[in-house]
Design a protein around this ligand. Structure first.
Ligand code: DC
Length: 432
């Protein structure tokens, strides 16, 4: 899930974005802080903000990093946390001036795109929906009249004990609006498909509620309403006939997850695992299956009709990852066996876990449902009692791991989910 929140200064984007990020368990990225940090560097060096040549030449001396501590963004300028220095009126003007320089924007492009690639985010800025994430799932352009914004800002400054006049604040806002929206590169204008929200007459709470409503409506609208008659018919027959011979028992029929997209992860004991899970789960589970089984005639047609899709396990299969993200973002569920291959008769804790699950859950912004498949003989077998224990839903918030990034984060998510699977199995054994 990527949400682009653009709009002029002072429209309240950061307050809204923070609240939305908290509610949805996603990462809030304040891109203005990057421009502000460059502005600060230029100001500290005593260089004029309008001296483009010098500003461009200084970019080589600058290293910017964004870190997230408990979900709060920290911006590091050459290793120094500059959060306390970049929110002044003077630095706002420096930020606005340097942000109009194409080389500065190019310098910051990849930093921003990388964060959006690796996380579910709400990003606030000016060009998020037009340049940084043009394919964001939701784009909102938040505005308020210059007067309403000046009034809010003026009150804020007075409360902080700063001396200023309303007229001065209004003039600064108008100047920044003019700079930001008329510059030649990435001007602060709404993307064609952005939803416009004017909050001149709304308070903070009302604005947050409105933004959440827009996000929910947009995501709902994008969910394809697929008819799954074949799947439902097969599930019914499997449940009645095969389920009987497989002796399937389901524990913890978890109602909370019926209408959510998620990744279902289970231990892998036998080829029959997928069948017992289809029988056990109310949601349709679309399986990522090894590409070899898609070569078997008839079976190939059947599993495709059931919504399964192939993965080449020998390479980083980009198409399979894309397909998974597409399915999850469309509101459907994907089933994956994190062990990659079958491990009958083995304690799952003794096996390795693939980190792809973490990457896909993180990038799609969905939760994970851990499932443990239990059979006395060590693998699912015909004419044996096969038990499917559905674990508690792991929310995206629970696996946000904001202090980690990239592969470390994906690995942590995969391990977390797999640990839950193993724990379900162990507590089940203890109970018995
Ligand atoms: O959102 P802010 O006020 O902290 O942004 C500071 C300046 O940076 C603002 O004047 C415009 C610029 N900016 C930008 O050009 N593009 C962004 N994505 C974010 C900020």
């Amino acid at each position: 899930m990527r949400i682009a929140l653009d709009g002029p200064s002072g429209a309240g984007k950061s307050t809204v974005a923070k609240a939305v990020a908290k509610r949805l368990g996603i990462v809030y990225v304040d891109t203005g802080a990057l421009y502000r940090s460059i502005g600060l560097y230029v100001q500290r060096k005593g260089v004029s903000k309008d001296d483009k040549e010098k500003v461009i030449a200084m970019l080589d001396e600058i290293k910017l990093d964004l870190k997230f501590n408990d979900g709060t963004q920290v911006v590091l300028l050459n290793g120094e946390d500059v959060g306390g220095f970049i929110r002044t009126g003077e630095i706002s003007m420096y930020a606005s001036a340097v942000s109009a320089i194409p080389e500065v924007r190019a310098f910051l492009l990849e930093t921003q795109r990388k964060i959006a690639r690796e996380n579910s985010v709400i990003m606030d800025g000016r060009d998020i929906g037009t340049v940084i994430i043009p394919d964001a799932e939701v784009k909102i352009f938040l505005v308020a009249s210059a007067e309403a914004r000046a009034e809010r800002r003026y009150k804020e400054l007075i409360e902080k004990g700063e001396s200023c006049t309303y007229e001065g604040v209004l003039a600064d806002i108008k100047e920044r609006d003019n700079n930001d929206s008329t510059r030649a590169v990435a001007p602060a204008v709404p993307a064609e498909d952005a939803i416009f929200l004017d909050n001149s007459n709304l308070n903070q709470e009302q604005t947050i509620d409105k933004v959440i409503e827009i996000i929910e409506n947009t995501v709902k609208k994008k969910k394809p309403k697929k008819k799954r008659r074949f799947y439902r018919a097969v599930k019914f027959l499997l449940g009645k006939i095969v389920g009987f011979f497989l002796g399937v028992r389901v524990k913890n029929k978890n109602k909370e997850i019926f209408d959510k997209p998620f990744i279902l992860c289970a231990n892998h004991t036998s080829l029959l695992d997928a069948i017992v899970i289809v029988i056990a789960m109310k949601n349709q589970i679309r399986y990522m299956g090894k590409k070899e089984i898609f070569k078997i005639p008839l079976l190939n047609l059947f599993i495709k009709a059931m919504g399964a899709f192939p993965v080449d396990r020998k390479k980083g299969d980009v198409a399979a990852i894309k397909k998974t993200l597409e399915i999850l973002k469309g509101g459907e569920c994907v089933g994956i066996f994190p062990q990659g291959t079958r491990h009958p008769y083995e304690n799952p804790r003794d096996t390795e876990v693939k980190d792809g699950i973490g990457m896909m859950a993180s990038r799609a912004g969905v939760g994970i449902v851990p499932v443990y498949i239990k059979n006395k003989s060590g693998k699912v077998k015909w004419f044996h009692k096969n038990t499917v224990i559905i674990g508690d839903y792991i929310s995206p918030e629970e696996i946000a791991f904001p202090e980690l990034s990239g592969r470390e984060k994906y690995k942590a998510i995969s391990n977390y989910a797999f640990d839950k699977i193993c724990s379900i199995g162990e507590s089940w054994e203890d109970k018995k």
